[in-house]
Design a protein around this ligand. Structure first.
Ligand code: HAX
Length: 431
């Protein structure tokens, strides 16, 4: 058996050499062209980023190190973290060691709780989480070692230390934010016999085995979604300046807090409860259709549907949908999500705007949390964040291990683009 650090240390030299050779021998090979539409369209489809932890196939959905997410839904969060980082699932001893490592780093300094308790009652739970991570920066090993003159070859070791420290604390931080923000009583301490996600469920105050299983699934499904999504890309850019993992994760999660990205799960449940409120319970297919058209005609997006990369039903939605169907098919909130799944893609297709009318991960997750009493929808993106930190951190450690430089794409002015277009038109006209 080897620890996570040993497993990584064994793999890094060959990987560095592989990439160095690729750049040395094929550095000028063209991978992607860029069109005017892409430049003004959020760089959609421009291939200019490396992410080896995961890939989003438009039709298959998320693949973690080449394994479809649908084949990983029984795994623990620790297994997924190891897989993301090392490229392989851990053996039993490696898994036990990682579980122990994270538990040993779970204690949260008292000053963090003081700040959390003093934040305004109106502060969004994401604001609290981002603040908590930012003030933990004081504990950064990366920053201290950098100040002492750490060698570039060793950056990944300090990034790994910070990542494990932060990851160990995240379930406790997030659960504590829930208890403080929603008046749930005293903070609950983690238990040494529980793993990372089971402890999260426990610290949220619900020890039902099915709830722990949902939180495990939630942590697995949201863990990573390649490198170009807003949160991963933001964290990548910030960390490329050698800002430490605390800064990078808090910046990335600020992106996750946007309604077009991670906040969509909060918006989804609002949508579902809105339909139920209007029709006094789960709607018929016709009522759901009517409600969806109203949203679209008022110029709003239907949360939980559409995706920048996916072109099919998100397998993560399917996994949540299966969970609901097998555990509580008659729950009214779940039934409403189910009617939405049957109706909304057709409405979006008829509306004709969205490139992908199918549900994404956020469409159903809130209904499952709601069933177990996590009814505070503003909190949902915090759960997403705890999981997504795994992807952000493993991408960050990998970037430091590969000694990547600072990110700095070239921007151009609209005038420059207009000039290029004029030159291209003149050439096409043979002038
Ligand atoms: N409802 C209504 N209109 C939609 C839509 C939806 N669910 N999805 C896309 N569209 C619209 C877009 O707003 C856009 O309209 P404009 O031309 O007027 O700007 C048009 O269809 C084309 O957009 P697209 O190419 O299909 O989608 P984008 O790549 O631009 O955007 C989004 C992808 C996920 C942001 C988009 O589908 C959306 O806003 N969905 C609803 C919000 C949501 O569910 N977000 C969560 C996504 C998953 C995630 O990141 N979670 O964290």
């Amino acid at each position: 058996m080897s620890t996570l650090k040993e497993a990584l240390a064994q793999r890094i030299p060959a990987r560095r050499e592989e990439i160095a050779a690729l750049v040395r021998e094929h550095g000028d090979t063209v991978l992607s062209d860029v069109t005017v539409k892409q430049v003004y369209g959020g760089m959609r489809g421009v291939k200019s980023l490396v992410c080896d932890t995961s890939l989003v196939d438009p039709h298959q959905g998320l693949l973690i190190r080449g394994i479809p997410i649908a084949d990983l839904t029984r795994r623990t969060a620790e297994e997924i973290f190891h897989l993301l980082l090392v490229g392989e699932l851990p053996d039993a001893e490696g898994l036990a060691s990682l579980k122990q490592t994270l538990f040993a780093r779970s204690e949260i300094p008292e000053y963090v709780w003081k700040v959390m308790r003093n934040m305004p009652e109106t502060a969004h739970p994401m604001d609290m989480l981002i603040t908590a991570i930012a003030i933990l920066e004081d504990q950064s090993v990366f920053r201290k070692r950098y100040d002492q003159g750490m060698k570039k070859e060793e950056y990944w070791e300090a990034a790994l230390e910070d990542s494990l420290n932060l990851l160990g604390k995240l379930p406790g931080l997030a659960a504590g934010i829930h208890r403080i923000r929603y008046g749930k009583g005293e903070l609950i301490l983690p238990r040494a016999d529980l793993d990372w996600s089971a402890n999260f469920a426990h610290m949220l105050g619900n020890d039902e085995p099915d709830f722990a299983d949902l939180i495990r699934l939630y942590m697995v499904l949201h863990s990573d979604h390649e490198g170009g999504n807003v949160s991963a890309f933001t964290a990548h850019v910030v960390a490329s300046a050698l800002s430490d993992p605390y800064y990078a994760v808090s910046a990335g999660l600020a992106g996750l807090a946007g309604p077009l990205h991670g906040l969509a799960n909060q918006e989804c449940l609002k949508f579902v409860l809105g339909v139920m409120d209007r029709f006094d319970g789960p709607p018929s297919a016709e009522q759901m259709e009517e409600y969806t058209w109203e949203i679209l005609e008022s110029g709003r997006v239907v949360p939980g549907y559409g995706h920048a990369v996916l072109r099919a039903t998100d397998p993560r939605f399917t996994a949540f949908h299966e969970f609901g169907r097998s555990h509580f098919p008659d729950d009214p909130v779940f039934r409403t999500v189910d009617v939405g799944f049957q109706v909304i893609p057709g409405v979006l297709e008829a509306h004709g705007k969205a490139t992908n009318p199918w549900p994404n991960v956020d469409a159903g997750s809130g209904a499952l949390l709601y069933h177990y009493g996590i009814t505070e929808m503003r909190y949902y993106t915090v759960l997403f964040s705890v999981s997504r930190a795994m992807g952000i951190l493993t991408q960050l450690i990998t970037s430091r291990a590969m000694m990547e430089p600072i990110t700095r794409p070239k921007s151009v002015s609209t005038k420059w683009i207009q000039d290029q277009v004029a030159v291209a038109e003149a050439q096409a006209a043979g002038v």
